[in-house]
Design a protein around this ligand. Sequence first.
Ligand code: ADP
Ligand code: SF4
Length: 703
Amino acid sequence: MARLPRFDVLFEPVKIGPVTAPNRFYCVPHASGMTNTMPRMRAALRGMKAEGGWGVVCSGYVSVHPTADDSPLPYATLWDDNDIRSHAMMTDAVHAHGALAGIELWHGGGSVSNKTSRLPPLSPSGISWMATHVGFMGNQRSKAMDKADIRNLLRWQAEAARKAKRAGFDIVYVYAGMGYLPYEFMLPEWNRRSDEYGGSVANRVRIVRELLEATRDAVGDTCAVALRISLEELRARRSERAASEAHEVVELLADVPDLWDVKMDSSPSDCAPSRFTPEGSHEPVIGFVKRITNKPVVGVGRFTSPDTMVSQIKRGVLDLIGAARPSIADPFLPRKINEGREQDIRECIGCNICISSWHDSVPVRCTQNPTIGEEWRRDWHPERFQAPGTESAVLVVGGGPAGLECALTLGRRGYRVSLAEAGEHFGGRLRFETSLPGLATWGRVLDWRLGQLRRLDNVTLYAGNKLSADDVLGLEHQRIVIATGARWTRQLYSTLELPVGSLDAPNVFTPDDIAAGARIESPIVVFDYDNYYMGGALAELLARAGSRVTYVTPAGHASAWTIMTNEQPQVHRALATAGVGLKTLSLVAEFRDDALRVTNLFTGEAQSLPCKSLIIVGARAVEDALYRSLLQRRADWEPAGIVSVDCIGDALAPGAIAHAVHSAHRYARELDQPAGSGIYRRDSAILESAPVLYDEGQGVNAP
Ligand code: ADP
Ligand code: SF4
């Protein structure tokens, strides 16, 4: 198929300084959770995006010097020759598909604690970030930079830029965003200097200009020099010379960089979850930049619709369509548009599981794309599948995320597949969960898979088919996959932080009961120790429907784990606006006579809450009765022609949707693979040169 003419504009080349991007699809710098100890995984991930048609593919954040040490978070380094080799693997992989490679050089300033290098962090005025997220907290404060530190910073940037060029990069960044060092110079709360680097906007932006010039002097003959800058705070500040301080900064630096990469200031607004923020949310902040500069502008906004992309270009908002999450969810997004297959795009759902991976310091994971991060170590290509190892027909039981993913991947491999679902509709847990406040976009997990499955001749879908062991044994399939999901339990939570003793009293409910339409009376208490979205979203749903709701949790925050997905601040705001009462650090002790007794997790102090209905959102238990009864009837398998019975997804081990999808994909990929082919390859750092001495004064590479 050919692409639609209205999308032609997306495939125009764009000149960026001395280099030219082959099209307008620009994969902006984003964390992959892969440090320099995983160079092959990193190269394969970035190379896959180039293969998928992104015209520019950037690295994640890359430290220029050991004073920028973000450990234990997974940051990359460009400090020595080993690091050059490590990154060269990525540029080779990207260039192999005709794309440009960009590198985001980074200094963390007073936002990092240098936990490994143990060097004093550097900041404009000795002020450090006082994080509320425990994952970012540290006890090491920063040192105010003197003139020698500023000279060093410029030298480290220039040295790193030269190394970047040797590693084969085409676009080299100065990163003035997200609380990191050059950003700290731009905001007066961080920058209280009285020298030429503090005070007026022109002074506060001086370091950014000097970093850009140092980069250009080092590599500007052949590499483009990009500026990545956060404009949200600056945009909110009044300026006497321009419409805002952001306008003034862009005017001062207008044509200094070859490319403007513009973004928001903090991860929750920059990488905003779909639950609270729509596609294209950056535009009101960054939309003005293109009117001031003549240089190309790239920005993001969780763009997955080609029509929205075209609109961004035609309306003069952006020149290049930036993407992090949409390129994770579908590395082949540009190619699909180019081939007239835009309906095949696996759209990002904005759940931010990918962000949680970075917070967890592990390689990136994605709810929609189970192959991300697995390109090298498991050899999983998002669009190519190994032919079946046998003629087996496969029966998949259960049409939730796991069953759908398993059937689709097996179908794409070429197996004959039947997918049976007990309910009248496919989707499993998604059926109810997508009706929770803000979660409609998650329906893309179901819609995309169902749409793809319906186009496969070798897959048959059977809704409204609840299968028993006898049914399965009579269906003449050789491989049986059980994806029957999990159920919420009425388990309580102990001071040992474990689920214990079930509260099977009247008027005690689980989310499954609510999904099934149970009538529940107000006042309601939602007791949540699952800590992800379900408890908070249910409390919000019921309060908005008119019930009096108190949310109780042993954790310190509502939906405590959602700090990992950038959702927690908005969860608290949503609960407050819906009128939900909040009680943290509390356990359920007793429920009777329309009252719930809760005790403080640490002091044991008791309190009574009015409660007619208690909803426990805690542990989930596998729904594997069918699997177990089939295992008990192993003697009947051979006469029925059954070779294997396996369990996947939530029925195997309850988790987030991302876990179920990955589990299902793995089963489908590994079916009929030779025994002993291993689980995955382990990556390792490239260590070809002798140990390097890092010298604080001289920088790196001193022998
Ligand atoms: P997962 O996240 O692992 O996909 P879900 O709970 O979302 O799990 O989906 C499990 C699906 O399996 C549900 O839609 C449920 O109706 C279906 N199911 C459960 N038992 C059977 C059965 N015996 N036959 C067919 N479908 C079943
Ligand atoms: Fe999008 Fe969620 Fe995948 Fe991240 S994990 S890319 S937000 S679908």
